[in-house]
Design a protein around this ligand. Structure first.
Ligand code: UDP
Length: 374
């Protein structure tokens, strides 16, 4: 069967941000693309839909944040963004703390009132834990940054649930995603630009794909016709799992998955915040989102809560996070080497590059790679 009957210039595998940027940008240069996705919707894990007029992020909270003005201006072409600033509250066995780690947290934990007092407390705990030299794992990194008390109450249990392994078995960079600041500032991110698209991410992607030069076909699994696709398309942008592309020839990379449970409640404010993290080890979910607080839209008499449960990944589940520990990073390098040999195929996105990217990084890398194309 001839698949490329329209003589597309590109086959794009995956309608997430990397693939959609490529489709949009090559269309601007007059190139045709066919974008396929095995799911029944566009947007990848950024997909949103409305219920009772409230935007729900089906694959967990996606708050766009960046320091890159070019990326911010780029996404703002396709949607207005609201001014949402993420300010997460942590619940540890009924005790509430502000996140990320800042003077409010330090006051709530130790009643310290000045940056000097907070720094002294953290230093005391770091020395008592006997941590010297560069951190070897997430636990050591956390204790050396914010001390043992905060590690025990706000990080240890959450991390173990999130990753299904101990903090001593995880790379230290994961905890450095979270700011540590000696000011009373609860902004979860350090970036200058932040927000959520007013009509949700799906509308943003629909706008990016609105071109006669782009065809979108959903419910198509690349692997059902991999050989035909590789033969017939002159250029392929692949954003699925890199190990699967190479038939797992060096072994399987590990991923972490999530599942979500939604609850509709007849009131307009159930938890008082967009995100509350449950940081103990026993509560089976890691966080609860209340979507109306992301943009204040929708039916005033209803609210929707989503509980996020981490779970082991297998081929029947969605891969959300790469596990960038040493073992998997070594394995990824082998696949990357194979990928570099394939001139026709570009690998991108969280799964194609096996990187714990934020959304802005995916846009940035997609724009960089597509700019190299012409
Ligand atoms: N983390 C934690 N406690 C929290 C929030 C985060 O220990 O209350 C740790 C955890 O290991 C997590 C990492 O910090 O995987 C990164 O958190 P982030 O919120 O950036 O994760 P994401 O939103 O990407 O799932």
């Amino acid at each position: 069967m001839k698949y490329n009957i329209k003589n597309y210039d590109y086959l794009i595998v995956g309608a997430g941000p990397f693939g959609v940027v490529w489709a949009h940008e090559v269309a601007k240069c007059g190139k045709h693309s066919l974008i396929i996705d095995k799911r029944n919707h566009i947007g990848g894990n950024m997909y949103t839909h409305k219920e009772f007029g409230i935007n729900i992020h089906d694959y967990g909270a996606h708050i766009f944040h960046t320091d890159n003005k070019a990326v911010w201006d780029y996404v703002n072409q396709f949607s207005e963004f609201n001014g949402f600033i993420n300010q997460v509250v942590a619940n540890f066995k009924g005790e509430l703390y502000d996140l990320p780690f800042n003077m409010n947290t330090f006051y709530q934990m130790w009643q310290v009132k000045t940056p000097a007092e907070a720094k002294a407390k953290i230093k005391e705990q770091r020395l008592a834990a006997g941590i010297k030299g560069p951190a070897q794992n997430l636990e050591e990194q956390a204790i050396s940054l914010i001390g043992t008390d905060i590690y025990e109450k706000l990080i240890k249990g959450y991390t173990q649930k999130q990753w299904g392994r101990l903090a001593t078995e995880l790379p230290s960079f994961i905890i450095r995603r979270l700011p540590v600041r000696y000011t009373f500032d609860n902004n979860y991110f350090n970036h200058r630009y932040q927000g959520v698209p007013v009509d949700g991410y799906t509308a943003l992607f629909e706008k990016m794909l609105a071109s006669e030069l782009i065809d979108v076909r959903l419910n198509i699994d690349f692997f059902s016709k991999k050989k035909v696709f590789l033969e017939e398309f002159p250029r392929i942008v692949y954003t699925g799992m890199i190990d699967q592309f190479f038939d797992y020839q060096f072994g399987e990379l590990e991923y972490r998955s999530l599942r979500f449970e939604n609850e509709v409640i007849n009131c307009n404010n159930a938890q008082g915040n967009a995100v509350i993290n449950y940081t103990d080890a026993q509560t089976p979910y890691t966080r609860v989102m209340e979507w109306r607080h992301f943009d204040g839209q929708g039916d005033a008499k209803k609210t929707i809560l989503t509980r996020e449960y981490p779970q082991d990944w297998d081929l029947t589940k969605e891969a959300y996070y790469p596990v960038n520990d040493q073992k998997n990073s070594e394995l990824f390098k082998k696949y990357r080497k194979e990928a570099n040999k394939l001139e026709k195929v570009i690998f991108g996105g969280r799964l194609g590059n096996y990187q714990y990217y934020d959304m802005d990084q995916v846009f940035e890398v997609a724009l960089e790679t597509v700019n190299n194309e012409f």
